[in-house]
Design a protein. Sequence first.
Lengths: 109, 565
Amino acid sequence: MVRSNALAQAAGALSNASSGKWELDLYVVGATVMSLRAIANLEHICQQNLAGNYRIEVIDLDVHPELAIEHNITAIPTLVRRSPGPSRRIIGDLSDAATVLLGLEIIAV
Amino acid sequence: MHGVEKTPTGIAGLDDILEGGLPKGRPTLVYGGAGCGKTLLSMEFLCRGATQFDEPGLFVSFEERKDDLIANVSSIGFDLTALQSEGKFAIDCVRLDDANTTESGTFNLDGLFIRIATLADAIGARRIALDTLEVLFTSIQDPGIVRSELRRLFEWLKDRGLTAIVTAEAASREGGTRYGIEEFVSDCVIFLDHRTSDERAIRRLRVVKYRGSWHHADEYPFVISFKGLNILPVFTMRLNHEASDERVSTGIDRLDHTLSGGFFRGSSILISGSAGTAKTTFAFHFVRAACERGERTLYLSYEESPSQLTRNLQSVGIDVRPWLKTGLLRIESLRPTQYSLEGHLLRMQELVDDYQPRNVVVDPVTSFLRMGSMAHTASMLFREVDLLKSRGITSVFTALSQSDENEHSEVLISSLVDTWLLTRLVESNGERNRVLFIIKSRGMAHSNQLAEFVISGNGIDLLEPYIGPSGVLTGTARILQVESERAAAEMRVNRVERARERMVRKQLDIESQVNALWRNFDEERAILEESVLEGTDALEELLRLRELMRTSRWSSNDGRTDTSG
């Protein structure tokens, strides 16, 4: 419960735009240090680079384990770019902003 | 100390080699090169668990697509879709598409753990297969993370008490796995090999390691058929066949008598001989006797078709058609090249399982010589003999002896059989006779080596032993006796012949002398008749010559006297 609350707080604090070009799903398992670090890193990167034009959804596989199978999630955390364009994935706590920007094709190589 | 607790795989032959099965609740590593059968082995382990042992299984695939797996497994006789809907089986395909994936910072494999746990819980899995886990090494850049996560995974599997098979690629032949997966699996390691020899694929299985348990360390050939894997043990592990005292008829009265009652039930018999020495006919006498006793008999023919055999047997007074009709006799004609050697052994095993015969005939075993090396063929024949013996089946093998090579095979197989009959053509008195040698007969007092036999419209009959001037002769002595009598007769013939020739020469001699005298006389008479005209003195001379002729005719005494004058 504590973990869920921590996660909910972290997710709720996200400054999501009502609509946006960028739709990002972040898969985590519980409110671990790694999960919270990934959420914080992602929020920071998006604020810096996407300027309100994004929406982040945090999915806790502890709560919805069937989604791990449905969406083929192996590594935790996994960030999935659902939009724009074809799906892209980044695994890890997103501590390296440059690889995240490259991986999401926010900036070109 | 008790051995480890085991989980039977249900795979034919494998549990024998593993002395019961895989270590229960522990992971086993199965590794080998591409196409070695590791995926099918792990699938069969799960399917048999689900169907035979009430142990639901989860298959986690890192390489193949679900549809492909379902299709592949249906080829060994399991319906994954049905098993899934019955809740006995679950499948998860983990796709690691690294092309679309970037790594940024640290991570773990909790997603994989959650998937496995979710599906395992849903079906109450007792077994799990991970195929091929080491794909993680190629899709994840940091091998340190993969190693630590795999260690965690194996601990987790053990904690949950899942009996697991983990597959891996072989680095090189017998050189361990490519990513050192064996480091995580310390309980049981199985190596699968798939190689080609003489253009024939040979699959082999070897238990490299089995902690806390005795196991069989040899390499075992195996085949993959529509019934799954079948591992062929060298022997039925222990030589504990029940030796029977019961006798079964050879189908030939006098041979039964010679063998003090017939073959032993459940023993193996070799009938060898050159072409045309009635090996098949001998075998069918045994078959006839078996069918008359009402025993199911399986005849494996590698040279002739059932119709050929049926027709040929009628000429020796054996009609097998009624038994074929009632199913008491089954003749299977197989081409030697139809299967690999292991395939033939498997086919025999299948036929025996299916038909449950009490007697089996293999005619001729020497057809297998075309199939592989001597050692390979011999090991297959050993297994065949052993398979039949272990089931108490009385078996007759025929062997064609022709070349040196075949002689070897005769010797090889003869060491495994209990009774060895050898048929030969023996020439004597200008005719070719068939003789039967009883070369060996374990555990019975068989009356010595040789008997002559004849084949007629009533089949084979052994002849009375030869009785010569020095008593009953059998075996080599009989041949020697026949031979010496033949020589003596020949010598007598020669003496008479030479005497006749001498007489003829003498007669020709005399006749030529007589002719010479006649010619002499004719010449002189001509001269005299001329001189008669010249004077009476000549007449005197003629009379004198006539007198001379008469004397000579009388002395030659050749019966030509009356033609003169």
